[in-house]
Design a protein around this ligand. Structure first.
Ligand SMILES: [Zn+2]
Length: 406
């Protein structure tokens, strides 16, 4: 079994006085979070809700209008935030050169903070049932406030399914953004794993630049997911980026950062769509086979120089991550296989020959058996073949180099 996790985003429609109540509650929550954060900072960072509870609960319960559940929730929120920061600090050690010019790395911990973590916006974490629940046949949500609980309508676009089919709701975050109120609810579900012993569909996926993905399944069907537009747009982004980098002014740097964020959001969207299309197309009990791209470089001959390099990196990994995550939800699986020779092996006679591939015309032509195919398709075929070998019990399927026999 695997536990899936998602965040359900719900829009709330409070009337004026309810909105005031929500704001008051989240301001009080924020105030306590900052008090607790200060205490944690002053007491050697005990990252345990229990310890904080022991030291602060009674005092806070006396002086705050928040109910007891919510006060406990403040402790958890603060502890979680410090843990996140600690994790980030571990990944960014401090580096300096000592007197002998040797580089020294020092792992940071929370004592490197020079002030307590600050909760800068009104917020509140609500516990299911105690602080929020759905009432009146799912037409209203009932929420804790500083006074009585209050009910209000809500909407969840396209997420009705999460109210059925075994999803469990956890803690929810009350979010106030641009005058609107939202509830972000963490939900989880236990699902069955991909079962490699029952018959399954194998889909080889070749990731590339000209085509974002080329897929090949056992029925012999090939699908191309065009990457041309993506390439063009990335090229455009790259051009503006180079200009801004040349300018080097403060405002150019700011624009550069915004541009980067825009490009990332846009690419993320493409990867979401592509992975969604793939799981919808092939459905449950599918083995999606990808090349393991660690230490692999792509042929980028047909690309403008400006987009080589940067292109291969995170976008491919992101697609892999999204696909893995979406596949799990429908009892399918992503398998990564060794990438060696996947673009050189002839699927008909098995000959592995680099020169069979003509990059300039995107064709694979086998010198031994005369088999011809589009080169992206060929990659997907070989990847699918490795996936089938894995299903047949080969632990680390791999193409081995053979030489011409003819
Ligand atoms: Zn051949």
């Amino acid at each position: 079994m695997t536990t899936l996790g998602r965040t359900l985003k719900i829009r709330l429609y409070p009337v004026a006085n309810q909105a005031t109540q929500l704001l008051e509650m989240s301001r009080e929550y924020q105030r306590l979070a900052n008090l607790v954060s200060q205490w944690v900072f002053d007491h050697d960072f005990p990252l345990s809700s229990l310890k904080i509870n022991h030291a602060l609960y009674k005092v806070l319960r006396r002086e705050s209008p928040l109910n007891s559940q919510m006060i406990q929730s403040v402790f958890r929120t603060v502890v979680a935030r410090y843990k996140t920061v600690l994790e980030q600090m571990k990944h960014h050690p401090y580096r300096y050169q000592d007197d002998d010019k040797n580089w020294v790395r020092v792992t940071k911990d929370l004592t490197w903070l020079f002030k307590p973590l600050h909760f800068s916006r009104p917020q509140a974490d609500l516990v299911r049932q105690s602080n929020y629940s759905f009432v009146n046949s799912l037409t209203e949500i009932s929420l804790t406030t500083l006074g009585k609980r209050t009910k209000m309508p809500f909407t969840i676009k396209g997420f009705k399914q999460y109210f059925q089919s075994g999803w469990k709701m956890g803690t929810a975050k009350l979010v106030h953004s641009r005058g609107k109120w939202y509830l972000h609810i963490g939900i989880t579900k236990e699902v069955a794993d991909f079962d490699s012993t029952v018959s399954s569909r194998v889909v080889g996926i070749d990731r590339g630049l000209r085509f974002l993905a080329t897929t090949f399944d056992q029925q012999g069907k090939t699908r191309f997911f065009d990457g041309e537009k993506v390439l063009l747009k990335r090229h455009k982004f790259q051009k503006i980026r180079t200009e801004l980098q040349h300018r080097g002014t403060k405002s150019a740097k700011k624009r550069l950062k915004q541009l980067q964020q825009r490009e990332n959001r846009w690419m993320t969207d493409i990867n979401h769509q592509l992975s969604k299309t793939l799981v919808t197309l092939y459905g449950p009990q599918t083995l999606f086979v990808l090349e393991d791209l660690t230490d692999v470089t792509f042929n980028t001959d047909d690309l403008p120089k400006s987009v080589r390099g940067s292109h291969r990196s995170w976008a491919f990994y992101q697609l892999e991550t999204f696909l893995t995550y979406k596949a799990q939800a429908i009892q399918s699986q992503v398998l990564k296989v060794n990438a060696a020779f996947t673009s050189q092996r002839c699927p008909k006679c098995g000959l592995v020959e680099k020169n069979n591939r003509r990059h300039d015309i995107h064709e694979y032509h086998c010198q031994q058996c005369q088999y011809r195919s589009n080169d992206d398709r060929l990659g997907a075929m070989n990847i699918a073949m490795l996936g089938q070998e894995w299903l047949d019990g080969v632990k680390h399927p791999k193409i081995r180099k053979t030489t011409a026999t003819g």
